[in-house]
Design a protein around this ligand. Structure first.
Ligand SMILES: Nc1ncnc2c1ncn2[C@@H]1O[C@H](COP(=O)(O)OP(=O)(O)OP(=O)(O)O)[C@@H](O)[C@H]1O
Ligand SMILES: [Mg+2]
Length: 308
């Protein structure tokens, strides 16, 4: 798949001297949903803001749809819709007007049917004549999404789209996101919620302290997630894994007192029952046992911790 966004060696040092991004390389493929995960202050908003031309980069390059974001800013920016983390709206404007106005900013001809569709998709149609100041926080967020979609962008950035959002809006939003993806729109979202990334994303990237520390297909991450380990604390230490048990994915601790069996929780058979039978036949006894499952949360926390 061709990459629609290409970030190379991107660095950002704020005026304060703080280095928010450290030589970030990232390629986003056309039509994918990419989730960028990372703790507070990791650099997610900085990265998005540079790609969208709101913050100047210190070094490196960014291309959007083949256009350099600095030398070819307008062409690059016109491809992008951004729902920012911080809501910024003119409180006295009316819903319909602000959305139509944003479309105009991108030099697109008026298209009332498109605006109507967006407002209906986001359950804002009834509120179209309301001033923004009369809307609830969640409603305002819907308006931000409508604005971001007003000019029919090919790429949509959602920076923490579900922070402080109720279940209903979250569901509406995901419906909209999935429909956009079906229409070929590329979606990049940031989130603190692993379940959200798990549910929605095709690929997941983890950023910590201004560095991308992992980019992987969700399916591959989930595979790691499905692995579970059963540890048997043996009564008598073993010198090696007995040949009779060689068909199992077993490993022995250095002192020979712990036998670890790794298996896939999602396969039809975990092999545990037959392992138990074979252990008994080999006269291997254990005094205790426990299982450990690595979750995406754990993978994530470990990755981030390793970097501290
Ligand atoms: N204008 C600025 N001047 C100086 N430092 C800044 C500025 N904007 C952001 N930073 C710093 O850069 C780092 C990255 O901030 P950024 O907003 O990109 O993080 P984030 O990953 O989006 O965090 P969050 O999850 O809290 O939204 C933080 O340490 C932040 O304090
Ligand atoms: Mg942020």
């Amino acid at each position: 798949m061709p990459s629609v966004i290409s970030v190379q060696g991107l660095s950002k040092v704020y005026e304060s001297g703080f280095e928010a991004l450290k030589s970030v390389d990232l390629d986003i493929q056309k039509g994918e949903i990419f989730a960028l995960l990372g703790p507070n202050g990791a650099g997610k908003t900085t990265l998005i803001s540079i790609v969208c031309g709101l913050v100047n980069k210190s070094a490196g390059s960014v291309r959007v749809g083949g256009h350099d974001i600095v030398s070819d800013y307008r062409a690059a920016r016109s491809l992008i819709g951004l729902v920012p983390q911080e809501l910024t709206t003119d409180q006295f404007e009316k819903v319909e007007d602000t959305v139509a106005f944003t479309r105009g900013l991108f030099g697109k001809p008026k298209n009332p049917a498109h605006i109507e569709r967006i407002l209906k998709d986001l359950s804002l149609w009834d509120k179209r004549s309301n001033q923004l100041r009369t809307l609830s926080g969640g409603m305002k967020r819907r308006v931000m999404i409508a604005k971001a979609l007003s000019h029919e962008p090919q790429i949509l950035f959602l920076d923490e789209p579900t922070a402080g959002v109720d279940v209903e809006l979250r569901r509406d939003m995901w419906d909209v996101v999935l429909r956009l993806r079906e229409a070929g729109v590329t979606i990049i979202l940031t989130t603190h919620y692993l379940e959200e990334a798990e549910e929605m994303a095709d690929r997941i990237g983890v950023i910590s302290k201004g560095e991308i520390i992992l980019v992987e297909e969700k399916a591959a991450l989930m595979q790691k997630l499905g692995r579970k380990q059963l540890t048997l604390l043996l009564q008598e230490p073993l010198a090696e894994v007995p040949a009779a048990l060689s068909s199992y994915d077993l490993s022995l601790s250095e002192d020979g007192t712990e036998l670890v069996y790794t298996y896939d929780t999602r396969s039809e058979r975990t092999g545990i029952t037959s392992l138990m039978t074979d252990l008994r036949d080999a006269d291997i006894r254990f005094r205790d046992l426990y299982t450990v499952q690595s979750s995406l949360e754990e993978i994530f926390v470990n990755l981030v911790r390793e970097r501290r």
